[in-house]
Design a protein around this ligand. Structure first.
Ligand SMILES: *[C@@H]1O[C@H](CO)[C@@H](O)[C@H](O)[C@H]1NC(C)=O
Ligand SMILES: *[C@@H]1O[C@H](CO)[C@@H](O)[C@H](O)[C@H]1NC(C)=O
Length: 373
């Protein structure tokens, strides 16, 4: 009897799969299953636990290429799961090591096993000596990624998240290429699903626009080299008067062999659909007289290769927070100064009170879901 019931349910499943549309999605990694059909859920994490066999932590002082002020580490004070929600919470390194440590110590984070090794040595990312003018990264935070567990090419992504409110916080949900098929950044592309600035009242002086937590951005980075990154042609923004920090929202990416569409809560905020000339033509790159690194790819190149997912909370840095802004209490550092981290830390009376005790400065992620297309 049991067997019969089992057979019947198998039949039902088979009937359903007759409607299976073939998928163009490919997947790889230790958590990659078989992709049979389009519209199949191929990755899901509801953060009932923080599963480190899915999410590998970055462990580095490198500063993300922008001299950002955070030290990314694997520590349950900075990344943890509570009531089915991932929290990334920035903390002060001085609370752990003491104030003098920042300007006088040498911090080495090489690590001795594959799990605690330093993950990025660029810009003294594995060893730093603090000086009064250039202190050690004063904020501890987290960046997690699916580099080993899950990469995919083409799909639909939905991340339900609540962005943090707090000055100079920079949350991001993004994808990076697994193999750099078309050479180093940005030639192999970068897909930023969501990034924002935590300041509640950050105003662009020139436009009067709130560029803080009332604004989120989505961007494709692509170009033959970093001098010709054409991201401005694929940058989209959405604004919300109550702020994106007030509620959870669904940040969505649809990525197919025809184009890339960004949405929030099912509302499209921007799309790129290259013609047969691909991103070379879309970026008007022929006039650079450089060699087209994507010439062997499809019209979606460099976005026709597998990418993996990254979620992080960065702080400050020398590029993302413009100097020409109005902010309550001002901006404690200049992007042109070499003493950015020191000036930021010395100015903490300005920003630390905006990281409120109610925890609204935590970056929260409810779930990540990815479907095949
Ligand atoms: C984790 O972070 C907390 C808070 O900063 C600190 O007290 C603790 O020592 C850290 N643990 C390790 C193993 O570094
Ligand atoms: C691109 O530029 C090269 C010379 O730099 C030229 O020969 C070629 O026709 C151009 N292609 C297009 C599509 O404009």
């Amino acid at each position: 009897m049991k067997t019969e019931l089992f057979l019947i349910s198998l039949l039902v499943i088979n009937v359903k799969s007759d409607f299976c549309l073939p998928s163009v999605t490919t997947v790889s990694g230790s958590r990659a299953g078989k992709v049979f059909c389009a519209d199949q859920l191929i990755f899901e994490d509801n953060f009932d636990t923080l599963d480190l066999s899915i999410w590998q932590h970055e462990h580095t002082l490198t500063g993300g290429g922008n001299y950002e002020f955070q030290y990314y580490c694997n520590n349950r004070s900075n990344s943890y799961v509570e009531d089915g929600v991932l929290h990334i919470k920035p903390t002060l390194l001085a609370d752990e090591k003491g104030e003098a440590f920042l300007s006088s110590a040498t911090m080495q984070i090489y690590g001795g096993t594959p799990t605690d090794q330093c993950t990025n040595p660029n810009h003294n990312g594995c060893s730093r000596t603090g000086t009064p003018d250039n202190i050690i990264n004063p904020i501890k935070s987290a960046r997690i990624r699916t580099f080993e567990s899950f990469a995919f090419k083409y799909g639909k992504v939905e991340v339900r998240a609540k962005i943090p409110a707090g000055d100079w916080l920079w949350p991001a949900i993004w994808l990076m290429p697994k193999y750099y098929q078309y050479s180093r950044w940005p030639a192999s592309g970068e897909i930023d699903i969501m990034e924002s600035r935590g300041n509640r009242d950050l105003i662009n002086k020139a436009t009067g626009e709130n560029i803080g937590s009332k604004l989120v951005g989505s961007t494709l980075h692509f170009g033959p080299n970093s001098n010709f990154n054409r991201y401005r042609l694929a940058h989209f923004e959405a604004s919300l008067s109550e702020g994106f920090n007030a509620e959870f929202h669904n940040y969505q990416l649809s990525w197919t062999p025809d184009g890339i569409t960004y949405s929030i809560d099912d509302e499209v905020i921007g799309a790129v659909q290259p013609t047969h000339g691909g991103f070379w033509q879309y970026g008007d790159l022929n006039k650079t007289n450089l060699e087209n690194p994507w010439r062997g790819g499809t019209k979606m190149a460099p976005f026709d290769q597998e990418f993996f997912l990254i979620i992080n909370l960065a702080v400050g840095g020398m590029s993302y927070f413009p100097d020409d802004v109005i902010n309550p209490g001002g901006k404690p550092w200049s992007n042109k100064a070499h003493s950015g981290a020191t000036d930021f830390w010395k100015g903490r009376e300005q920003w630390l009170p905006t990281w409120k005790e109610d925890g609204s400065y935590h970056f929260l992620v409810d779930y990540v879901k990815i479907w095949s297309v």
